[in-house]
Design a binder for this molecule. Structure first.
Ligand code: G3H
Ligand code: ZN
Length: 288
């Protein structure tokens, strides 16, 4: 059954490893990351953005699909279903739809006070229903779901104020970027991360934009308090590459090669393999 993400992230923070939080885009994605987590014996956070939910037919469709997939596959590892980068309204909808965790992304609000006030409201509503809450301070660069981020470095004092609201985990801007990193990327700001961790204590921190960060920086970030690492683009790239290889080899023209169960299979298998590699990198293998 689905669980919220609070305890699995507390365990990760205390155990100095991180959990991959993998965005799902459809049924094949969902089944692939579930298979990866079960084979790796890793706790799992499946997350969904508003844009991906719209593609699937809405948050309720996504929640019912993930819930049914977890039950039908009989996975034994703990799985949380998390709303990624939600607005206030998205959070309320997902709480009703059956999500077990929500991110209220108040980093785009006009003022920090609005972020603070609305985060407090979501914490109250979500916690009454046993649902975990992620907040955000500062900004993530790049583009996610059509939203352009400026990549502001999070202010440790603001992080402390948000943490005091009782959020379960906190995303902070530390120079991370959504999507593919530019060649001239300056790298993660470990000074900022250390100052934020100092300010928030044992609150698990979240690293957005997990695609393409060098392994040594990932592992240094984990050592400094990152316990959840969001990954979407990486799995999209491996899925696309495997599918392209299948099509360019003309396999869709051989017999029933055009059957979607055959066309989608290489990409689905590529997601399983890549997600397991990342779970190994993050240190969450055999932690379930
Ligand atoms: O919220 C989702 C993640 O931050 C995705 O980042 O597409 O760069 O892996 P990514
Ligand atoms: Zn993100």
């Amino acid at each position: 059954m689905l669980v919220n993400a609070a305890q699995m992230l507390k365990d990760a923070e205390a155990g100095h490893y991180a959990l991959g939080a993998f965005n799902t885009n459809n049924l094949e994605w969902t089944l692939a990351i579930l298979q990866a987590a079960e084979e790796a014996k890793s706790p799992l956070i499946i997350q969904c953005s508003a844009g991906a939910a719209k593609w699937m037919g809405g948050f309720k469709v996504c929640a019912d699909m993930v819930k049914a997939a977890v039950e039908a596959t009989g996975v034994t590892v703990p799985v949380a279903l998390h709303l990624d980068h939600g607005t206030y309204e998205n959070c309320l909808e997902c709480i009703e739809a059956g999500f077990t965790s929500v991110m209220y992304d108040g980093s785009h609000e006009e003022t920090f006070q609005i972020n603070l006030d609305r985060t407090a409201e979501i914490v109250k509503i979500a916690h009454e229903k046993g649902i975990s809450v992620e907040a955000e301070v500062g900004g993530i660069g790049g583009v996610e779901d059509g939203i352009v981020g400026q990549g502001e470095i999070a202010d440790p004092e603001e992080c402390k104020q948000i943490a005091a609201l009782g959020v379960d985990f906190l995303a902070c801007g530390i120079g991370n970027i959504h999507g593919v990193y530019p060649e001239d990327w300056a790298g993660l700001s470990f000074d900022a991360l250390a100052a934020i961790k100092e300010a928030v204590g044992d609150l698990p921190l979240v690293l957005h934009g997990g695609t393409g960060i060098p392994v040594d920086q990932i592992q240094k970030a984990i050592s400094l308090g990152v316990s959840k690492i969001n990954v979407n683009t990486d799995l999209q790239l491996v899925f696309a590459a495997a599918t392209r290889e299948y099509i360019e080899a003309g396999k869709d023209l051989e017999g029933k090669g055009f059957d979607p169960r055959k066309v989608l299979k290489p990409g689905r298998e590529a997601i399983v393999a890549r997600a397991k590699e990342l779970m190994e990198e993050f240190g969450s293998v055999n932690k379930a």
